[in-house]
Design a protein around this ligand. Sequence first.
Ligand code: ADP
Ligand SMILES: Cc1ncc(COP(=O)(O)OP(=O)(O)O)c(N)n1
Length: 456
Amino acid sequence: MGSSREYESEKTMIKPVGMSIAGLDTGNGAGGETDLRVFEVLGIHGVFAITAITAQSTKGIKDITVVNPEFLKKQIETLLEDFKVEAVKIGMIYTKEQFQVVNELLNDYFLVADPVLYAKDGTPLIRDIEEYKKIILPKVKVITPNIIEASAISGVKIEKESDVVIVCKKLRDSYNIPYVIIKGGHSKGDYSFDYMCNDEGLYKIGYKRLQAKDTHGTGSVFATALTAEYIKIRDLKLAFRKARDFVQTSIEYGLNIGKGIGPVNVSVEIMKKSMKYEAVEEMRRFADFAENNDRFWILIPEVQSNLAHSIKPEYVRDLNDIATFRGRIIRRWDKKVIVGHPVVFGNPTHTARMLLSLILKGKDSTCLMNIRYDDKIVESFKRIGYETIEINRELEPAHGEGKTMQWIIEYVSSEYGGIPNVIYDKGTKGKEAMIRFWTKNMEEMIEALDNLLKML
Ligand SMILES: Nc1ncnc2c1ncn2[C@@H]1O[C@H](COP(=O)(O)OP(=O)(O)O)[C@@H](O)[C@H]1O
Ligand SMILES: Cc1ncc(COP(=O)(O)OP(=O)(O)O)c(N)n1
């Protein structure tokens, strides 16, 4: 046996470093600690120099303790002498003495300023605004105000798109800022437009305005994501698009925690990726079960089977969150069952569509398989303890291809109130009779089919 030294890696692991200079939000929704989480999920090692501690929750800010400028200086110096900081995001920074520290220490750095004049509850987060304009703004490469902040800093009220152009120009000219990004979260309309202006002109991105309650931290998260993306790709226009995309997803999955405005969900993308990985592993487990059970062929209809398996239902939005086997589950001439790998997401199979309809209807279901219709199979499901329901495919309206699965779920739900685990039909002209069986999880699916096969 070789010693463990043989396997020691010679490679050193490195990560780019980004810095946040910001206040601490004790509720972990908007301050420097959230910036660290954003840096982390975007592949940056975040470091944090703290300017103030806010006693804050989803209900707002109760109090603020400001860090003295000497200690802010000590923190920044300590970090800069050790790490190669690639870019710095400046969030809440409170006093002119603190601004002077930044002015003194961060001359040669790429600075992104989020001028958080007020928190959502109206609490001022930058006290000496006039000094901020004089000391901080001329140093920054990018500024990311919302329309209220942009109006307050420029003195020009933003009411329409042409005002954005005027304010952009004014901010760029007055403070010599190369990139001004004005965020449209506080404007009205079906789309939330953000504008970036630079030497080349105005560039606008619009995303559907989400009717979301839990939006605490949108601005902080946007500016930090922009900083992180800039560090990675060094292209601010592309970083703008990526940061905007990141914020949209974070708002879409905002966290309904606390009694007030919950934080946006910055880790949702990596969580969904890891859930998808788990789903693939479970599909493999199912494939082993199906291929190694010598009676599994009994369950396979003429049109063959498939298994649809989703990530946690609350994270499911569309077919991209549902896995199936690309080559279906096939019964060979010699009764051998072959599972057609690979597992793929976003495959518009009947099983995936039906599972999606079930989930969108509010069912806590993650697995669904289509099974050959046979009286004995339906009876066995009943004996195991599952409720069954028969539907008549003759009743299906002529709604074109691709709508049948949704119709079955809508029909069962409206006619019978609930949606039993076993839904079957005896077929119609050109349509094979079929059983569809759904379960809460993979454990239950495998156990139920195992029991069923022992009865047949
Ligand atoms: N309801 C929403 N739907 C979609 N995007 C939004 C919504 N609210 C804010 N945003 C986006 O979130 C980001 C932060 O914007 P904004 O809320 O204006 O900043 P701040 O948090 O500084 O007030 C912007 O990209 C904006 O377009
Ligand atoms: C400590 C701290 N820093 C910044 C903010 C404001 O951030 P923002 O992203 O604008 O979030 P909302 O307050 O608007 O939700 C903060 N609240 N606390």
